[in-house]
Every structure is written in C-alpha cells, then in structure tokens.
Write a protein that binds this ligand. Structure first.
Ligand code: OFO
Length: 163
C-alpha cells in the first residue's frame, strides 16, 4: 500500500524525469543545429531514457493500485556557452535528480515501505551510472574541448552510442 506522501513524491519524480527529457531534447536540438551530430545523438538517447524513467514510475504507481497525477512540464532553460557548459549543466541537473531520488528512498525508509525502497534502488544505481558517464565526457572536454579536432573526434565517438 503506497501512502499519500509516497504517492506525491513519486508523482513529482515523474515530472522531474519528463522535464529531464525535455531539457535534454532542447539541448540535443541546439547541438544538432550546430552540426554537432554525435553530441546531439548522445543527449537525445539520454532524453529517451529519462522519459522511460518517468514511465517506469508511472507503471509502478498504476501496478500498485495507486494513482498518477501528471503535472505541467516547465519550459527547459539552458544557456548555450559551448559544449562543455552543456555537459556541466547536465551533470548539475543529474546531481539534483540524484538528491530527489535519495529523498524518495529516505521517505520510503521512514515509512518502512519496503516495496518502494526496492523499486527505487534501481534508480539509485542508474543515477550513479549516469553521473559517471557525463563526468567522463566532461573530463575529456576539459582536456581537449577547445581543440577543434579533438571536439570533432569526441563528437564522432558519441555518435556511436546505440542505447
Ligand atoms: Fe532519470 O536519470 Fe537522469 O535524470
């Protein structure tokens, strides 16, 4: 049985996940316009993952006989100051998402809601992987990003992402 508080926090998380998808799609579109197809593709795949995360929570609520309340998704905001700034923004955003996931785990723990705790565990691991993947790109951009050839090579490499 999902409590009102858990229901509320999970519905908020659906919104955050869909917002993440929206944010990443807008970044992807911008990078595509600039001809940075690999970066654009990588972020677009990330956007799809975020929507899947939202749907995972959506299904969890439905399958738990709880209810879904979809809220308005705000307009994505980011300032383009180069590829590195985009990835720094993604990293900071993911850190906020990790905090919100941890809050869900904390609440589920306080309420002894073992089912939600087990469910949210997947998201904790996913956040770790996502933060690491983004950090790896940032490290390389910091090392070589100003160099056009290096930027081209990183773009080419990211274009190989399939899922
Ligand atoms: Fe949904 O994993 Fe990132 O935000």
């Amino acid at each position: 049985m999902i409590s009102e508080k858990i229901n509320e926090i999970l519905n908020e998380q659906i919104n955050r996940e869909f917002y993440s998808g929206y944010l990443y799609l807008s970044m992807s579109a911008h990078l595509k316009e600039l001809g940075l197809n690999g970066f654009a593709k990588w972020i677009k795949i990330q956007a799809k993952e975020e929507v899947e995360h939202g749907l995972k929570i959506f299904d969890y609520l439905i399958n738990s006989n709880s209810f879904v309340t979809l809220k308005q998704i705000r307009t994505p905001e980011f300032e383009f100051r180069g590829v590195l700034s985009i990835f720094n923004h993604i990293y900071e955003h993911e850190q906020c998402i990790t905090k919100s996931i941890m809050k869900i785990a904390q609440l589920a723990d306080e309420e002894c809601d073992r089912t939600t705790l087990a469910f949210i565990d997947w998201f904790i691991k996913e956040q770790l992987e996502e933060e690491e993947a983004v950090k790896n790109i940032i490290k390389r951009l910091e090392l070589f990003g100003e160099d056009k050839v290096a930027l081209y090579l990183i773009d080419k490499e990211l274009d190989e992402r399939a899922v």
